[in-house]
Ligand binder design. Structure first.
Ligand SMILES: O=C(O)CCC(=O)C(=O)O
Ligand SMILES: [Fe+2]
Length: 306
């Protein structure tokens, strides 16, 4: 097996990835087709994702990064002996933790992801007027494990399946810094993943035997497709694809594309946001809309006897 000699050792969910060229590669850039909506629509169908570098204005990303870092400073998660913008993790931040970045209003970010060229781009890819989820996921990933492989549909697929995710790094992310990874061709594996793709993470079972609500909720599945990205890849085929991301980059992918993130082997907190778009003509999932989306809270649960 040939090794990709320039790559460092990389891990996902605690497992060392096989970085040989058969198993690992870089996301294909779509910058050359950015103004061709037909080509973009073909690309998302073919690849399950669209990667655009330098899409956003770096100054705006920097403004957003400052807001996030300020939030994390309050929580004592940033090592203040380093330049703050680097977001070095405080030595006491627990490994694998998931600090919350509050959802304080962030007008710069909001205008980046919900207006102008971003809306036009999504319109071109989806082929018509669009709407977006008001809920935006803010992510701060300290040193430790990244996000386990999953498809977004299990979190938001109660109405249409035709939803696109936009993943936006809020700063530069080197390979060791927990960037997004996408499993090549996984959006075409509907036959193998059928029952997974039809699942709803917020649907839970009340047993006939009087299990309490609390107990059922505690048994609830978190939506991950696998705990082991290496085994998953062997099963589904395709390479794990990623990139060294820079502030301004954008990845858009389908709700049936398997993705996760690399483990964070660096000393720095990885910052990113992800948001969702769909056609305006299609019904939207009730969990992620409105000024105060119910999200994955109790009101968003669906239960059944089983
Ligand atoms: O940023 C991550 O670690 C995961 C991102 C993700 O799951 C998403 O954008 O849907
Ligand atoms: Fe996701």
């Amino acid at each position: 097996m040939k090794k990709n000699i320039h790559l460092p050792k990389l891990y996902a969910a605690g497992y060392e990835l096989d970085t040989s060229p058969e198993c690992f590669g870089m996301l294909r850039s779509s910058n050359e087709i950015i103004s061709n909506s037909q080509a973009l629509q073909t690309r998302i169908k073919d690849d399950g994702y669209i990667f655009l570098s330098a899409f956003f204005d770096c100054e705006q990303i920097l403004t957003t990064r400052k807001v996030f870092i300020e939030e994390l400073l309050y929580q004592n998660i940033i090592d203040t002996t380093f330049p703050l913008l680097q977001a070095k993790a405080h030595p006491e931040v627990p490994i694998n933790s998931r600090p919350e970045i509050g959802t304080r209003s962030n007008p710069t970010l909001d205008s980046m992801i919900h207006s102008g060229s971003m809306i036009q781009l999504l319109k071109n890819i989806l082929g018509g007027p669009i709407q977006y989820f008001e809920y935006t996921w803010y992510r701060a990933i300290p040193p430790g494990k990244g996000t386990r492989p999953h498809c977004d549909i299990v979190y938001m697929g109660r109405t249409t399946k035709n939803i696109l995710t936009a993943w936006v790094p809020i700063g530069n992310i080197p390979l060791e810094g927990s960037g997004l990874m996408i499993l090549e061709d996984s959006h075409r594996k509907g036959n193998i993943l059928k029952s997974y793709l039809e699942s709803d993470v917020d649907e839970y079972c009340i047993d006939n035997d009087n299990t309490s609500l609390n107990e059922s909720l505690h048994r609830q599945w978190d939506g991950a497709l696998s705990n082991n990205p290496v085994i998953l890849q062997k099963k589904l085929g395709g390479r794990w694809l990623t990139s060294e991301f820079n502030a301004g980059d954008l990845v858009i992918f389908s709700s049936q594309t398997v993705h996760g993130s690399l483990d964070n082997l660096s000393d720095f907190i990885r910052l990113s946001v992800d948001c969702r778009y769909q056609l305006a003509s299609e019904q939207i999932d009730e969990r992620w809309i409105g000024k105060f989306p119910i999200g994955r809270g109790l009101l968003g649960k669906k239960w059944k006897i089983c």
